[in-house]
Design a protein around this ligand. Structure first.
Ligand code: CDP
Length: 240
Protein backbone atom coordinates (compact mmCIF):
# COMPACT_ATOMS: atom_id res chain seq x y z
CA UNK A 1 0.00 0.00 0.00
CA UNK A 2 1.20 3.47 -0.79
CA UNK A 3 1.27 5.18 2.61
CA UNK A 4 1.50 8.92 2.85
CA UNK A 5 4.05 10.33 5.26
CA UNK A 6 3.03 13.69 6.61
CA UNK A 7 4.85 16.24 8.77
CA UNK A 8 3.44 17.08 12.19
CA UNK A 9 4.45 20.31 13.93
CA UNK A 10 3.83 20.60 17.67
CA UNK A 11 4.52 23.95 19.31
CA UNK A 12 3.83 25.31 22.76
CA UNK A 13 5.33 26.68 25.97
CA UNK A 14 7.51 24.83 28.51
CA UNK A 15 5.77 21.93 30.23
CA UNK A 16 2.76 21.79 27.92
CA UNK A 17 3.54 18.11 27.19
CA UNK A 18 5.00 18.49 23.71
CA UNK A 19 7.75 15.90 23.93
CA UNK A 20 5.62 13.24 25.67
CA UNK A 21 2.87 13.61 23.09
CA UNK A 22 5.24 13.90 20.13
CA UNK A 23 7.11 10.70 21.09
CA UNK A 24 3.88 8.69 21.37
CA UNK A 25 2.55 10.00 18.09
CA UNK A 26 5.86 9.32 16.32
CA UNK A 27 5.82 5.75 17.61
CA UNK A 28 2.27 5.15 16.44
CA UNK A 29 3.07 6.17 12.87
CA UNK A 30 6.70 4.98 12.76
CA UNK A 31 7.81 8.59 12.22
CA UNK A 32 11.03 10.32 13.20
CA UNK A 33 10.79 12.39 16.37
CA UNK A 34 12.73 15.65 16.36
CA UNK A 35 13.05 17.58 19.63
CA UNK A 36 14.24 21.01 18.52
CA UNK A 37 14.45 22.26 22.13
CA UNK A 38 17.13 19.63 22.73
CA UNK A 39 19.17 21.21 19.92
CA UNK A 40 19.05 24.69 21.51
CA UNK A 41 19.89 23.06 24.83
CA UNK A 42 22.93 21.32 23.30
CA UNK A 43 24.32 24.63 21.99
CA UNK A 44 23.69 26.28 25.37
CA UNK A 45 25.47 23.42 27.14
CA UNK A 46 28.47 23.74 24.85
CA UNK A 47 28.58 27.54 25.20
CA UNK A 48 28.53 27.26 29.01
CA UNK A 49 31.19 24.55 28.98
CA UNK A 50 33.44 26.67 26.76
CA UNK A 51 32.84 29.78 28.89
CA UNK A 52 31.44 31.71 25.95
CA UNK A 53 29.79 34.95 27.04
CA UNK A 54 26.07 34.46 26.35
CA UNK A 55 25.74 38.02 25.05
CA UNK A 56 28.43 37.44 22.42
CA UNK A 57 26.21 36.78 19.41
CA UNK A 58 29.11 36.34 17.02
CA UNK A 59 30.75 33.59 19.05
CA UNK A 60 27.43 31.84 19.65
CA UNK A 61 26.67 31.93 15.93
CA UNK A 62 30.12 30.55 15.17
CA UNK A 63 29.51 27.76 17.65
CA UNK A 64 26.09 26.94 16.16
CA UNK A 65 27.59 26.76 12.67
CA UNK A 66 30.19 24.21 13.71
CA UNK A 67 28.35 22.04 16.19
CA UNK A 68 27.29 18.51 15.28
CA UNK A 69 23.94 17.44 16.74
CA UNK A 70 22.39 14.04 16.10
CA UNK A 71 19.08 13.01 17.67
CA UNK A 72 18.51 9.30 18.18
CA UNK A 73 15.04 8.09 19.12
CA UNK A 74 14.74 4.31 18.90
CA UNK A 75 11.68 3.24 20.93
CA UNK A 76 12.25 -0.45 20.18
CA UNK A 77 15.67 -0.28 21.81
CA UNK A 78 15.44 2.54 24.33
CA UNK A 79 11.77 3.00 25.25
CA UNK A 80 11.00 6.70 25.47
CA UNK A 81 14.61 7.82 25.87
CA UNK A 82 15.82 10.35 23.31
CA UNK A 83 19.59 10.43 22.87
CA UNK A 84 21.20 13.74 22.02
CA UNK A 85 24.65 13.27 20.54
CA UNK A 86 26.71 16.46 20.44
CA UNK A 87 30.08 16.39 18.67
CA UNK A 88 30.07 12.61 19.09
CA UNK A 89 29.24 12.50 22.84
CA UNK A 90 25.92 11.61 24.45
CA UNK A 91 24.84 14.75 26.36
CA UNK A 92 21.20 13.72 26.94
CA UNK A 93 21.45 14.20 30.72
CA UNK A 94 23.66 17.28 30.75
CA UNK A 95 21.38 19.35 28.52
CA UNK A 96 18.52 19.03 31.05
CA UNK A 97 20.50 20.65 33.90
CA UNK A 98 19.03 23.66 35.69
CA UNK A 99 21.92 25.81 34.46
CA UNK A 100 21.16 24.98 30.82
CA UNK A 101 17.39 25.41 31.37
CA UNK A 102 17.91 28.85 32.88
CA UNK A 103 20.09 30.08 29.99
CA UNK A 104 18.67 28.38 26.91
CA UNK A 105 16.12 31.08 26.05
CA UNK A 106 18.87 33.71 25.82
CA UNK A 107 20.94 31.58 23.44
CA UNK A 108 17.86 30.61 21.41
CA UNK A 109 17.08 34.29 20.82
CA UNK A 110 20.30 34.86 18.82
CA UNK A 111 19.48 35.15 15.11
CA UNK A 112 22.63 33.36 13.87
CA UNK A 113 21.95 30.45 16.22
CA UNK A 114 18.36 30.17 14.99
CA UNK A 115 19.38 30.35 11.32
CA UNK A 116 21.81 27.45 11.77
CA UNK A 117 19.32 25.34 13.73
CA UNK A 118 16.35 25.97 11.42
CA UNK A 119 18.44 24.84 8.42
CA UNK A 120 19.45 21.68 10.24
CA UNK A 121 15.86 20.98 11.31
CA UNK A 122 14.54 21.50 7.78
CA UNK A 123 17.16 19.04 6.46
CA UNK A 124 16.11 16.49 9.08
CA UNK A 125 12.50 16.79 7.91
CA UNK A 126 13.15 16.60 4.16
CA UNK A 127 11.87 13.04 3.79
CA UNK A 128 8.55 13.73 5.60
CA UNK A 129 7.25 11.33 8.24
CA UNK A 130 8.37 13.54 11.12
CA UNK A 131 6.91 14.77 14.38
CA UNK A 132 8.83 17.90 15.33
CA UNK A 133 8.28 19.85 18.53
CA UNK A 134 9.42 23.31 19.53
CA UNK A 135 8.35 26.94 19.54
CA UNK A 136 8.50 27.97 15.86
CA UNK A 137 7.88 24.74 13.98
CA UNK A 138 4.47 25.58 12.51
CA UNK A 139 5.41 29.21 11.88
CA UNK A 140 8.99 29.08 10.59
CA UNK A 141 10.62 25.64 10.37
CA UNK A 142 7.84 23.65 8.68
CA UNK A 143 5.22 26.16 7.57
CA UNK A 144 4.02 23.56 5.03
CA UNK A 145 3.40 20.87 7.69
CA UNK A 146 0.14 19.03 7.03
CA UNK A 147 -0.78 19.10 10.72
CA UNK A 148 0.04 21.88 13.18
CA UNK A 149 -0.79 21.64 16.85
CA UNK A 150 -0.39 24.33 19.50
CA UNK A 151 -0.31 22.70 22.93
CA UNK A 152 -0.86 24.75 26.02
CA UNK A 153 -1.86 24.46 29.69
CA UNK A 154 -2.06 26.84 32.64
CA UNK A 155 1.25 27.93 34.17
CA UNK A 156 0.31 26.27 37.46
CA UNK A 157 -0.39 22.94 35.75
CA UNK A 158 2.77 23.11 33.65
CA UNK A 159 4.88 23.88 36.72
CA UNK A 160 3.34 20.96 38.61
CA UNK A 161 4.13 18.60 35.72
CA UNK A 162 7.74 19.79 35.56
CA UNK A 163 8.04 19.49 39.35
CA UNK A 164 6.85 15.87 39.22
CA UNK A 165 9.17 15.10 36.32
CA UNK A 166 12.16 16.44 38.28
CA UNK A 167 11.04 14.66 41.46
CA UNK A 168 11.00 11.36 39.59
CA UNK A 169 14.62 12.00 38.67
CA UNK A 170 15.40 12.69 42.34
CA UNK A 171 15.74 16.45 41.82
CA UNK A 172 13.86 18.48 44.45
CA UNK A 173 13.05 22.11 43.71
CA UNK A 174 10.52 24.54 45.16
CA UNK A 175 7.33 24.52 43.10
CA UNK A 176 7.11 28.29 43.37
CA UNK A 177 10.67 28.73 42.10
CA UNK A 178 9.92 26.46 39.16
CA UNK A 179 6.78 28.40 38.34
CA UNK A 180 8.81 31.61 38.34
CA UNK A 181 11.40 30.07 35.96
CA UNK A 182 8.68 28.86 33.61
CA UNK A 183 7.00 32.28 33.58
CA UNK A 184 10.35 33.89 32.81
CA UNK A 185 11.07 31.43 29.95
CA UNK A 186 7.53 31.87 28.57
CA UNK A 187 8.10 35.63 28.57
CA UNK A 188 11.49 35.47 26.84
CA UNK A 189 10.31 32.91 24.26
CA UNK A 190 7.16 34.87 23.40
CA UNK A 191 8.72 38.32 23.29
CA UNK A 192 11.95 37.75 21.37
CA UNK A 193 12.39 39.53 18.08
CA UNK A 194 13.05 36.47 15.91
CA UNK A 195 10.53 33.62 15.62
CA UNK A 196 8.75 34.21 18.93
CA UNK A 197 6.57 31.47 20.36
CA UNK A 198 3.12 31.95 18.87
CA UNK A 199 0.32 29.89 17.45
CA UNK A 200 0.58 29.39 13.68
CA UNK A 201 -2.50 30.50 11.74
CA UNK A 202 -3.62 26.99 10.78
CA UNK A 203 -2.59 25.40 14.10
CA UNK A 204 -5.14 23.59 16.20
CA UNK A 205 -5.11 24.75 19.81
CA UNK A 206 -5.22 22.03 22.45
CA UNK A 207 -5.44 23.16 26.06
CA UNK A 208 -4.17 20.18 28.04
CA UNK A 209 -4.73 21.61 31.54
CA UNK A 210 -7.40 19.07 32.42
CA UNK A 211 -6.61 16.37 29.88
CA UNK A 212 -4.62 13.17 30.41
CA UNK A 213 -1.66 12.29 28.19
CA UNK A 214 -3.72 9.53 26.57
CA UNK A 215 -6.54 11.92 25.76
CA UNK A 216 -4.17 14.34 24.06
CA UNK A 217 -2.33 11.57 22.17
CA UNK A 218 -5.66 10.17 20.94
CA UNK A 219 -6.76 13.59 19.75
CA UNK A 220 -3.51 14.27 17.87
CA UNK A 221 -3.58 10.81 16.30
CA UNK A 222 -7.17 11.34 15.13
CA UNK A 223 -6.20 14.65 13.59
CA UNK A 224 -3.13 13.15 11.90
CA UNK A 225 -5.26 10.37 10.40
CA UNK A 226 -7.59 12.95 8.90
CA UNK A 227 -4.49 14.42 7.19
CA UNK A 228 -3.51 11.05 5.71
CA UNK A 229 -1.09 9.59 8.28
CA UNK A 230 -1.18 5.78 8.55
CA UNK A 231 -0.31 3.56 11.50
CA UNK A 232 2.88 1.54 11.60
CA UNK A 233 1.46 -1.78 12.77
CA UNK A 234 4.82 -3.55 12.77
CA UNK A 235 6.36 -1.06 15.20
CA UNK A 236 3.27 -0.98 17.40
CA UNK A 237 3.15 -4.80 17.74
CA UNK A 238 6.86 -5.01 18.51
CA UNK A 239 6.77 -2.23 21.09
CA UNK A 240 3.69 -3.19 23.08
O1 CDP B 1 11.11 20.92 27.31
P1 CDP B 1 10.93 22.38 27.61
O2 CDP B 1 9.53 22.78 27.39
O3 CDP B 1 11.49 22.78 28.92
O4 CDP B 1 11.74 23.21 26.60
P2 CDP B 1 12.51 22.72 25.32
O5 CDP B 1 11.54 22.28 24.29
O6 CDP B 1 13.58 21.78 25.72
O7 CDP B 1 13.15 24.07 24.78
C1 CDP B 1 14.11 24.77 25.54
C2 CDP B 1 14.19 26.20 25.04
O8 CDP B 1 14.71 26.21 23.71
C3 CDP B 1 12.90 26.97 24.98
O9 CDP B 1 12.54 27.58 26.20
C4 CDP B 1 13.22 28.02 23.90
O10 CDP B 1 13.90 29.11 24.45
C5 CDP B 1 14.15 27.28 22.98
N1 CDP B 1 13.49 26.76 21.77
C6 CDP B 1 13.30 27.61 20.71
O11 CDP B 1 13.61 28.80 20.81
N2 CDP B 1 12.79 27.16 19.55
C7 CDP B 1 12.45 25.88 19.41
N3 CDP B 1 11.97 25.45 18.24
C8 CDP B 1 12.60 24.98 20.49
C9 CDP B 1 13.11 25.46 21.67
Amino acid sequence: MNSKKISIAIDGPAGSGKSTIAKEVALKFGYTYIDTGAMYRAITFKALRENICLTDEQQLTQLANHISIVLVYEPLIDGTQLHVIMDGSDVSEEIRSIEVTNNVSVVAAVSGVREAMVLLQQKMALTGGVVMDGRDIGTVVLPQAELKIFLTASVTERSKRRWLELKEKGIMVELQELEEQIRQRDYLDSHREISPLCQAKQAILLDTTSLTIDQVVTKVIELACTKGAQFDNYLMNKYR
